[in-house]
Write a protein that binds this ligand. Structure first.
Ligand code: HSE
Length: 310
């Protein structure tokens, strides 16, 4: 019998312009799983985190991740998973990706690391597909690898870790509005007008160049989304006015976090992130929506073992 205790961090997908191709990992906040492998053929999942998640094992993102891992390595085993700590589902900081990444990374460690980082992320994407109806890696890749990750291609998966400027913080607000990732993906048009596509890939290039050269102004300036935000911001009351107030604090950018409804401000000083967090909270309180706010550092750390027994 082998057992691991594994952590995978929260994450923010898209970074504005990078729909489905850029995501970042957050510090300290995340999921913790204990995974035991023994002889046999089966899967159990026990949730002791106190966070409500579907009881049906077929609806749990961990299930397709574990199955796809075992299929990939061509082995059978009895796998028992305990969810010890869990990000609230729908909080907009990659709750399903944190579980999926922890499960994929933990399974790989348990079986002697037969898979590459890319292959681990491919397994984690099975969980994302169950949660959102799409194989996107922009939460799962940073949750496995840490830092800011560019998904240069999906076929095959090609992941590029980008430099994280020091002292980057995100103020994230989770307003109490329910918008599922599935719904937020389904409202997007299937085709992007050429004019918008040109602006979007210009910004993706600008964001990558800004990160690689440490050009902070260019990073903020490039985080504009012409592809998803115009359709998704209707779910977030007062989005445009909120952005004006946030940018006035000195924040580099404000965007929808992944598919929303959470919103984040990227800041290069903790004090600016704190001020942005305050404005985000005031905005949704004034709307009568209710919300939670987190101010978290962007992290270079991805999934990791916190304990191992053999
Ligand atoms: N890139 C995905 C989307 C992230 O925007 O739908 C979901 O968190």
């Amino acid at each position: 019998m082998k057992k691991v205790r594994v952590f995978a961090p929260a994450s923010i997908a898209n970074m504005g312009c990078g729909f489905d191709v850029i995501g970042l990992a957050l510090d300290e906040v995340g999921d913790i799983l204990e995974i035991t492998a023994s002889e046999g053929d089966g899967l159990t999942i026990t949730n002791i985190s106190g966070v409500p998640i579907p009881e049906d094992i077929e609806m749990n993102v961990i299930t397709p991740v574990v199955r796809s891992f075992l299929r990939k390595i061509g082995q059978k085993a009895q796998i028992d998973v305990v969810i010890c700590e869990k990000i609230y589902p729908g909080s907009g900081i990659g709750s399903s990706a944190a579980s999926s990444a922890a499960a994929a990374y933990g399974m790989n460690e348990l079986f002697g690391c037969p898979l590459s980082d890319e292959e681990v992320v491919v397994c984690a994407m099975e969980g994302e597909n169950l949660a959102s109806g799409g194989y996107h890696a922009d939460n799962a890749a940073p949750a496995v690898m840490g830092g800011i990750v560019l998904i240069r291609g999906y076929e095959p998966l090609d992941l590029i870790q980008l430099p994280v400027p020091g002292n980057f913080y995100c103020a994230v607000v989770h307003p109490h509005i329910v918008v599922s990732t599935k719904e937020a993906r389904e409202i997007l048009p299937k085709a992007v007008p050429m004019h918008d596509a040109v602006r979007q890939w210009g910004n993706v290039g600008g964001l990558v160049a800004g990160l690689c050269t440490g050009n902070i102004k260019l990073i903020g300036h490039s985080m504009q989304d012409f592809v998803a935000e115009p359709y998704r911001k209707q779910f977030i009351p007062g989005f445009d006015e909120l952005r004006k107030k946030i940018l006035a604090t000195g924040a580099l950018a404000m965007n929808i976090s992944g598919s929303g409804p959470s919103v984040f401000a990227l800041c290069d000083h903790k004090a600016i992130a704190d001020a942005s967090g305050k404005i985000l909270k005031e905005h949704f309180d004034a709307m009568g929506t209710g919300c939670e706010v987190y101010v978290v550092k962007v992290s270079n750390k991805g999934a990791k073992l916190t304990h191992l027994t053999i």
